[in-house]
Design a protein around this ligand. Structure first.
Ligand code: SAH
Length: 367
């Protein structure tokens, strides 16, 4: 069953629902309960090596592994920073496409930043991924496997700080997650389904970040999986946002903020507004005031939190991060208007692993 499906990655255990797993295990001539055993190994025990499935006869192990756990991600390079607590991995997919994921360990949590597409079609001029265009959507299992790899490495104690679990997943790697809606929602379900059928993470620990694909934001609110939604706003006015986030010409500031507000109302989850600070482009005091106004127009009941991100450098970009005093003033003005705001602690800048720096080129792959 895992012969390549015309251009698509081979099907994997993490693409399947529990029912599909049982059916396919039976179709492969195995007893139905083997499905539960395999799930327990894969999601709960974090064991993807059939040699470790000691409760299964070896013939069964090999058959299940070959049929259901094809290797979807081949590690090309691993780069570390922050004394080994930030780890960026470059992966090669079955068709040669390259993507990256970043593991970030903090004292109280571990966040996996995952890619949802090889490349990205949104063409935001400040983001390295956007410069190369979209190659293809990733499958559910290709997304899930990025998290599982981090989970396995943490479990084996391979990440500085000793054994740990993945507590947070952010869809802030390469790609626009809501442009690959089905696979992304599928991945969120695999991650949040209780063990042994899924990884058993809390939806609260998962953040889906979007440029603002309004119909998909509305749809996400109806899925019954209360993930945190992050909206990459970056400008409070259409004139500037049309330039910074080109899809704004399709869904403008009013529409995306309305959709974010609606998401918060339906899911009771606070929405995060992402705002990169770019020197003299979007960091003026007047824009801070306008941002506060745009957000407060929907009422001030704590539906929103602004996350300011100092611009990370990308090759060929003429833009740079804001001056410290402009950043401080921007924060002060939002706070003065009662808008909760934090400045993001950026990790991985020196390994091109920070927000907007993932581009996964052949140069990175050393070929
Ligand atoms: N396509 C989605 C998710 C990927 S980007 C989105 O745009 O939301 C994740 C976050 O990194 C977004 O908020 C994005 O705007 C931000 N980002 C992109 N390039 C950046 C850069 N050069 N410096 C800082 N943040 C950047």
């Amino acid at each position: 069953m895992n012969a390549p499906r015309r251009g698509q990655p081979p099907q994997h255990w993490a693409d399947l629902s529990p029912t599909q797993r049982r059916e396919l295990v039976e179709a492969a001539g195995q007893r139905t309960y083997r499905a539960r055993q395999l799930s327990a190994h894969y999601f709960e025990g974090l064991r993807d090596d059939p040699a470790d499935w000691t409760d299964l006869p070896s013939g069964v192990r090999d058959q299940l592994a070959t049929t259901f756990l094809p290797q979807l991600l081949k590690p090309v390079t691993t780069t570390q920073a922050d004394a080994g607590t930030t780890v960026k991995t470059l992966w090669r997919l079955h068709d040669g496409a390259l993507v990256e994921s970043v593991l970030m360990r903090y004292p109280d949590r571990v966040t996996m930043c995952v890619s949802s597409q090889a490349g990205c079609g949104m063409a935001c001029p400040f983001c390295a991924t956007g410069q190369g265009g979209l190659q293809r959507n990733m499958s559910t299992a290709e997304i899930v496997e990025q998290v599982m790899d981090g989970a396995r490495r943490l479990d084996r104690g391979e990440i500085a700080g000793g054994p740990a679990r993945v507590s947070n997943v952010v869809f802030m790697g390469m790609g626009e997650p809501l442009a690959n809606y089905k696979a992304v929602v599928g991945a969120v379900r695999q991650l949040t389904t209780p063990t042994p059928d899924g990884l058993g993470m809390s939806a609260r620990g998962i953040t889906v970040s979007t440029v603002g694909l309004v119909p998909r934001m509305q749809q996400l609110a109806t899925e019954g999986i209360p993930v945190t939604l992050a909206l990459s706003l970056h400008a409070p006015d259409d004139e500037l946002r049309d330039e910074l986030v080109p899809i704004n010409t399709r869904w403008n500031v009013e529409e995306v903020v309305d959709a974010a507000w609606e998401y918060a109302r339906v899911t009771k989850r606070r929405v995060s507004i992402e705002y990169i600070l770019i020197r003299d482009i979007n960091d003026q005091a007047s824009r801070a005031d306008l941002l506060a106004k745009v957000l407060r127009r929907r009422g001030n009941w704590g539906w929103v939190h602004v996350n300011l991100i100092p611009l990370n450098p990308t090759p060929g970009s003429k833009w740079t991060a804001s001056r410290r005093r402009d950043e401080d003033e921007f924060v002060r003005r939002l706070e003065a208007r009662g808008v909760p705001v934090t400045v993001r602690d950026t990790r991985g800048r020196e390994i091109d692993g920070a927000c907007g720096q993932l581009k996964a080129t052949e140069v990175d792959a050393g070929v």
